[in-house]
Design a protein around this ligand. Structure first.
Ligand code: SF4
Ligand code: SF4
Ligand code: SF4
Length: 204
């Protein structure tokens, strides 16, 4: 990219790159503004979603949204169909559609460098299991474990009478890849993937 484009209150603002003249920046800025104005006409004002789960290898949100051109390339490339067009036309992950197998097709097709192979881990997410989880209500279920290839979900036996003998899911966070494979199999939609950074040390 010849210049850096950053979001500023929902709008894009162009900053000069090293060695770039102000007139070059102005011309570049006019060109960018024209493109964005057309997009505004077609799709409304740019408004990045606040809580969307970004595709694997995404830069942190501010940088990601400044680079993503909403070209849909990663959406089309994903063989699992789990990248969907979200608010504002930006791509986001919907684990109800499937799990990420880290095939790198989205990463390799992103020409705007909104995704980067230097981002590690690619999906810094962890599952959070809500209170409608069936075993928490006394009903046996281990469906999420079946969707977890890394075997990060365990169901240790409940020995106390309060547990009524039904095993509860437990996450081995160090084994979890953030793939989201446990989300879709849950029959009651009890699992939500959340950024690791939003969790307490015990949950992460
Ligand atoms: S790595 Fe592959 S499966 Fe995962 S989101 Fe990208 S294209 Fe889809
Ligand atoms: S997100 Fe973690 S717990 Fe869920 S299926 Fe993937 S590795 Fe297993
Ligand atoms: S699949 Fe859902 S309901 Fe079943 S144990 Fe896992 S989180 Fe609980």
């Amino acid at each position: 990219m010849p210049h850096d484009t950053v979001l500023n209150g929902g709008e894009r603002e162009t900053k000069p790159a090293d060695g770039q003249t102000s007139s070059a920046v102005q011309n570049s800025h006019q060109s960018t503004s024209t493109v964005i104005s057309r997009r505004h006409l077609l799709r409304g004002r740019i408004k990045p979603p606040a809580d969307a789960l970004l595709p694997p290898w995404s830069h942190p949100p501010t940088l990601f949204y400044s680079r993503c051109s909403r070209c849909d390339a990663c959406i089309t490339a994903c063989p699992e169909r789990l990248i969907v067009r979200g608010d504002g036309g930006f791509p986001q992950i919907d684990f109800r559609q499937g799990e990420c197998d880290f095939c790198r097709k989205c990463l390799e097709i992103c020409e705007d460098h909104a995704l980067s192979g230097e981002v590690n881990p690619p999906l810094p997410l962890r599952p959070v299991i809500a209170d409608n989880c069936l075993p928490k209500r006394g009903v046996a279920c281990q469906s999420c474990r079946d969707g977890c290839e890394p075997m990060a979900l365990r169901f240790p036996p409940q020995l106390s009478s309060g547990g009524r003998g039904i095993a509860l899911p437990q996450l081995e966070s160090d084994l979890c890849s953030g793939c989201g494979g446990c989300v879709a199999p849950c029959p009651v939609g009890a699992i939500t993937m959340v950024p690791k950074a939003n969790l307490t040390p015990e949950g992460a």
